[in-house]
Design a protein around this ligand. Structure first.
Ligand code: MD3
Ligand code: FE
Length: 212
C-alpha cells in the first residue's frame, strides 16, 4: 500500500486535489435506521458485472435514480430491477447532509438525485474503477462511511495504474469529490475482520450524486 497522506486544515483534509475529507461529519446513529428502512423495500443484493460475475459488495439505492450493473453494463435506472418498483425516496437527512457537506467543500447548491448504498462484509473489496455513468461531471459526489473502517485508495492522475494515495475511512467520515479528482481511479481494499458497535461485521457507504 502507498503512503497515508492528508493535509489537515481545520477538520477539512485535502487528500488529493479535488478530494476533501470531513472527519466525523456524519452521525451514523441517525443514518443507519434509514438504511435499514430502505433495505426493507429495496433489499441489498450482489449485482452481476457485465462480465457475468457477482460483485462482492452488496448494493441498493434510494433517490430518483439508482445505479445498477448487469450483463448489459453499468447505468442509472428509475426502478429497482429486483422489484420493478421505483427506488425508495432519498431521505431528507441524506439530502441535507449531501448539500451541507458539498457546501463545506466549496460546492454550493449541490442537490443529490441518486444515492447508491454499498454494504461491505469482511473480506469484500471494490477494485479500481472510475465513476463515469453520470451525465455531468461538473457536479461533486458526496460519500459517507458508516461502521467498520476501510482502506480507500485513489490515483493521483486519471490512469488506472497511476500512483495512489491511501486513507482509512472510518465511521462518520464524509468525502466530497469534485473538479480534478472527479475521474480519478479509486477503490476499497479488502475489509479487515472487525466488529463495529452499530453495524457489527459490516461497512456501509452512501454515495450521493447528481446522476440525471
Ligand atoms: C472518487 N464507493 O460506489 S466512495 C462507488 O467506499 C465507490 O463504497 C466507494 O467508489 C465506497 O463508486 C468509495 C468515495 C468515492 C465516490 C465517488 C468517487 C470516490 C470517488 C468518484 C470519483 C472519484
Ligand atoms: Fe466509485
Amino acid at each position: 500500500m502507498s503512503d497515508l497522506f492528508a493535509a489537515v486544515a481545520g477538520g477539512r483534509e485535502e487528500v488529493r486535489d479535488g478530494m476533501v475529507l470531513l472527519r466525523g461529519y456524519a452521525d451514523s446513529i441517525r443514518l443507519l435506521p434509514l438504511i435499514a428502512a430502505i433495505a426493507d423495500s429495496a433489499p441489498f443484493r450482489r449485482m452481476a458485472t457485465p462480465g457475468g460475475r457477482a460483485m462482492s459488495v452488496a448494493m441498493t439505492n434510494c433517490g430518483a435514480l439508482g445505479w445498477i450493473s448487469d450483463a448489459r453494463g453499468y447505468r442509472y435506472e428509475a426502478t429497482d430491477p429486483l422489484t420493478g418498483a421505483p427506488w425508495p425516496p432519498l431521505p431528507v437527512p441524506f439530502a441535507a447532509l449531501a448539500t451541507a457537506a458539498a457546501a463545506a467543500a466549496g460546492f454550493a447548491g449541490f442537490a443529490a438525485d441518486a444515492c447508491l448504498i454499498n454494504r461491505y462484509a469482511v473480506g469484500t473489496r471494490l477494485t479500481a474503477h472510475q465513476d463515469r455513468n453520470e451525465t455531468d461531471f461538473a457536479h461533486p459526489i458526496v460519500s459517507v462511511s458508516l461502521g467498520l473502517p476501510a482502506a480507500f485508495f485513489v490515483t493521483l492522475d486519471d490512469r488506472r495504474g497511476g500512483r495512489t494515495r491511501s486513507v482509512i475511512l472510518e465511521d462518520g467520515d464524509v468525502v466530497v469529490w469534485g473538479g480534478p479528482a472527479r475521474l480519478a481511479f479509486h477503490g476499497i481494499r479488502e475489509i479487515k475482520p472487525g466488529h463495529h458497535p452499530l453495524t457489527g461485521p459490516y461497512r456501509y457507504n452512501l454515495t450521493m450524486r447528481r446522476a440525471g
